[in-house]
Design a protein around this ligand. Structure first.
Ligand SMILES: Nc1ncnc2c1ncn2[C@@H]1O[C@H](COP(=O)(O)OP(=O)(O)O)[C@@H](O)[C@H]1O
Ligand SMILES: [Mg+2]
Length: 392
């Protein structure tokens, strides 16, 4: 409302306009006329010797308007006011205002009559007095003063609407959650993604806010907590799909079809009526993307649009840690001449990444069912397979 406030203040406080003048705020009910008028009065009233606010509304009587007015500007008791005739009231209003430089607000004026009733008793000492009218109808201010500047309030833009709605939705818990992300965009988007699956439920947001331990924000732990929370919130099937990212090298972009093929082969994808497994898996991926846990990458530079995806390296760390904990998958990056490090006999899924082909004693891993390898060099793929067969 800053622009509107300044415009009205400009008029109210314009020292070159000595004559009493009127300014109006016009717009439908609920548009913010009263709010704006209050704000303006707060800022301007110190510059007037007297300020009066009259709630006019649809049902009013001349007497009640005048008495309301006098109640605010004189020390007359209610009883005394009630005994006064309309003519006496009118005269008292005039007398009281005569020597003043006043600001009068007539809020929510529905018809032109109000002005006809009051204006003859509002003296003009040419000392910069002002009347501010708020109304739904343009003809009210036109009748009051055809030269009166009108401020027609506008509706909020899409962005402003969203800002206001989200402020109102969960004012405290929402702000608290945002603050505790420590200004880190990754934490904000992941947490936002998580909250978007909760719908606008205050209870759910509160639970999220309470789950996080905030004290440790300095070392980025909060971020990890937030990421872990988002992971914990995933449905079981999505957890498996997400953990599978640990099998990829860090910052690796995997082709979406390839990834989906792997999920399906692993049996992570449930069979839904009328859908292929791949279609269902595509939904899973979409949900992870929506939760901002997976980033979709589209490369349109070549003749075929290449769609792949990856996860943030902090999330990758999370998957690796979680894998270790639950024994879901063992992922090893192998440097130069190092070999495969000691493998636990319970390993079911193994992913190796490096620049060489590797060997290990397959008897040490009798439960192995999945073997993924990422070779960062040109090798003879047949040789790798022969090694693989010989190994078992
Ligand atoms: N720009 C704004 N920003 C935030 N809230 C607003 C804004 N304008 C109006 N409101 C809110 O909308 C409601 C209606 O405003 P109000 O001033 O009473 O409208 P009007 O007087 O035009 O009928 C109030 O609760 C007010 O706080
Ligand atoms: Mg109003």
């Amino acid at each position: 409302m800053d622009a509107e406030t300044n415009k009205i203040l400009g008029h109210l406080l314009d020292g070159s306009r000595k004559r009493r003048s009127v300014i109006s705020i016009v717009g439908m009910g609920g548009l913010g006329k009263t709010t704006l008028a209050k704000r303006v009065v707060n800022e301007a009233k110190a510059r007037f010797s007297l300020s009066v606010w009259i709630d006019v509304s649809q049902q009013y009587s001349a007497e009640s308007l005048l008495r309301d007015f006098l109640r605010q500007v004189t020390k007359l008791k209610v009883k005394k006011l009630e005994q006064m005739t309309r003519t006496e009231c009118e005269a008292t209003v005039y007398q009281t205002l005569k020597a003043e430089n006043y600001l009068i607000v007539m809020d929510d004026v529905w018809d032109k009559e109000v002005w006809t009733i009051l204006s003859p008793h509002l003296p003009d000492a040419e000392n910069g007095s002002r009347v501010l009218i708020t109304t739904r109808y343009v003809d009210v201010p036109r009748a009051a003063d055809p030269s009166t500047p009108l401020l027609e309030l506008r509706l909020l833009s899409k962005e402003e609407s969203w800002e206001l709605l989200s402020k109102k939705a969960f004012p405290n818990v929402g702000k608290e959650i945002a603050r505790k992300c420590g200004g880190l965009p990754l934490a904000l988007v992941v947490l936002g993604g998580l909250l978007s699956t909760k719908g606008p439920s205050l209870g759910a947001w509160k639970r999220v806010a309470e789950t996080l331990v905030w004290e440790t924000s300095k070392d980025g732990r909060v971020c990890l907590d937030i990421l872990a929370l988002s992971y914990e919130d995933l449905p079981r099937r999505l957890k498996c799909c997400f953990l599978y990212f640990s099998s990829l090298p860090e910052d690796f972009e995997i082709n979406v079809d390839k990834l989906i093929g792997l999920w399906v082969a692993e049996g992570f994808v449930e069979q839904r009526a009328g859908e292929t497994l791949e279609e269902t898996a595509e939904d899973y991926l979409e949900e992870l993307v929506q939760r901002c846990m997976v980033i979709r990458v589209q490369d349109e530079s070549g003749p075929i649009i290449e769609v792949s995806c990856r996860i943030h390296d902090l999330l990758h760390d999370l998957t690796v840690a979680e894998d270790k904990e639950v024994g879901f998958l063992v992922s090893q990056g192998i440097r130069d001449n190092e070999g495969v490090s000691q493998l636990d006999s319970s390993v079911r899924r193994l992913s190796l990444q490096g620049e060489k082909a590797w060997c290990w004693d397959s008897k040490s891993t009798p439960r192995l069912r999945t073997f993924l390898f990422y070779l960062f060099c040109q090798v003879d793929i047949n040789r790798v397979f022969i090694m693989w067969h010989n190994n078992f």
